[in-house]
Write a protein that binds this ligand. Structure first.
Ligand code: ADP
Ligand code: ASP
Ligand code: MG
Length: 422
């Protein structure tokens, strides 16, 4: 029986050639344990951010196709360098881009989903005893168009490959020692979790815990794939194991706290309070593949037969959203549109909050004590999110982390610096 391990190394782990040599040692260590190893790598350091910056210097509205052509080059560099580093250390290795590895996606630029992985080529190289180094983040369509999976998407490439290859485990190596109760860059006393369920991790990833790409978590849950998030710089540590909720013991109502600064709020004022108004607006957005997160419709002003609709979207979708609002204006008859881009979504997540009353009240009280105003609220079975002023985000996360009993006695270790602002 084959024992395949998929290892994924993020940007910080391959930031320079010394680090790439270090990654090669980690790969050989896994191979020497008797496993077949498939490695997925991200672009080196902040390469993807720098490529985005260059594109913006050329055009305000670069085409989505050319953006994917550009951004996919980052991973192309790291696969070749890592394969060379492995060969230099005496390990037979081959690099593969998405076309060679058969990572087939839907025909959608910048956030494509993987629909199939044609694994024959990968197995052929594994059969020859090679380590296979595959470019994360990129995919290819049936028409040979290059796509990308969305920022942070190499995690998804790794987990999808692990599923398709029927791997024993997928290890996500990064610059922190696992999944923490919150971002250790914001709260140094964040605690590392030994285990986390797919369900909780999915909510945390969706509300801003960028340690794992949300679609990677969905894919792991689909394949019941055990995933370890662990440090490239402390290989002996086992990090955090992600697995099914029924395999875990729930100890606390809240498992983690996250903040998301990537969204903005749009308020459409004085729309007609008639059946179909929201449908026209959100149909328009859906047709353009724009995802809406939080939505609030105000109480109707009877005299005028109008109300306001507020919603949040990704900052990157602002221009396209404004164009759609312009298009639907004659149907919605709104008076004004306000854009608020200085917001943060603060969320608490935990399977333990199911059937436990008082968790939302405690969150709202904590924010009130800090004099933080809540602009919008949304909930799911295991998550409560509040939209607040961006300037209050870190104070809110720190206080909620403490109030829900998540502070640890020792500081977390974080390698690498923050990305340059693009
Ligand atoms: P990589 O380049 O390895 O993919 P990322 O920057 O995408 O790394 O993800 C790791 C980062 O995720 C950490 O440096 C940390 O700042 C951030 N992060 C956010 N929330 C969490 C969390 N709950 N646990 C651990 N890290 C988190
Ligand atoms: N290089 C891509 C990014 O920076 C993909 C990844 O690192 O996961 O978003
Ligand atoms: Mg990442």
């Amino acid at each position: 029986m084959r024992n395949i391990i998929v290892q994924k190394f993020g940007g910080t782990s391959v930031a320079d050639t010394e680090k790439i040599k270090n990654v090669a040692r980690a790969v050989i260590r896994e191979k020497n344990l008797g496993n077949d190893v498939v490695v997925v790598v991200s672009a080196m350091g902040h390469t993807t951010d720098l490529l985005v910056k260059m594109a913006k210097e050329i055009s305000d509205t670069p085409s989505a196709r050319e953006m994917d052509m550009l951004l996919s080059t980052g991973e192309g560099v790291s696969i070749a360098l890592l394969a060379m580093a492995l060969q230099a250390q005496g390990c037979d290795a081959v690099s593969m881009n998405a076309i060679q590895a058969g990572i087939m996606t839907e025909n959608l630029h910048s956030k494509a989903r993987i629909i199939d992985i044609k694994t024959e080529n990968i197995f052929k190289h594994l059969d020859e005893g090679k380590v296979v180094v595959i470019a994360g983040f990129q995919g290819v369509t049936d028409e040979l168009e290059i796509t990308t999976l969305g920022r942070g998407g190499s995690d998804t490439s790794a987990v999808a490959l692990a599923g398709a290859l029927n791997a024993k485990r997928c290890d996500i190596y990064t610059d922190v020692e696992g999944v923490y109760t919150t971002d250790p860059r914001i709260v140094p006393y964040a605690s590392r979790l030994e285990q986390i369920s797919y369900e909780e991790m999915l909510e945390l990833a969706r509300v801003g815990a960028n340690v794992l790409h949300p679609r990677a978590v969905e894919t792991a849950a689909k394949y019941h794939m055990p995933v370890r998030v662990r440090s490239t710089f402390k290989l002996e540590n086992l990090g955090t194991l992600m697995l099914g909720v029924n395999q875990m013991e729930i100890q606390r109502p809240v498992t983690g706290v996250a903040s998301d600064l990537s969204q903005l709020r749009i308020v459409v004022c004085d729309v007609q309070d008639n059946p179909g108004t929201a449908a026209i607006l959100f149909d328009g957005l859906a047709k353009e593949n724009i995802s809406v997160d939080m939505i609030i419709q105000s109480y109707a002003r009877k005299a005028m037969n109008t109300n306001d609709i507020a919603f949040t979207i990704d900052k990157a979708d602002l221009d396209r959203t404004m164009k759609i609002l312009e298009k639907v204006k004659e149907n919605l008859h709104y008076s004004n549109v306000f854009v608020d881009d200085k917001i943060a979504k603060i969320s608490i997540v935990g399977a333990g909050m199911i059937d436990k009353p008082g968790i939302a009240a405690k969150m709202f009280r904590t924010l009130a004590d800090l004099d933080i105003n809540i602009k919008m609220i949304s909930t799911s079975e295991i998550k409560i999110s509040c939209l607040v002023e961006q300037s209050s985000a870190n104070d809110a996360v720190t206080a909620l982390h403490r109030v829900f009993g998540l502070d640890c006695d020792t500081k977390a270790v974080v390698k690498g610096d923050l990305p340059p602002s693009v």
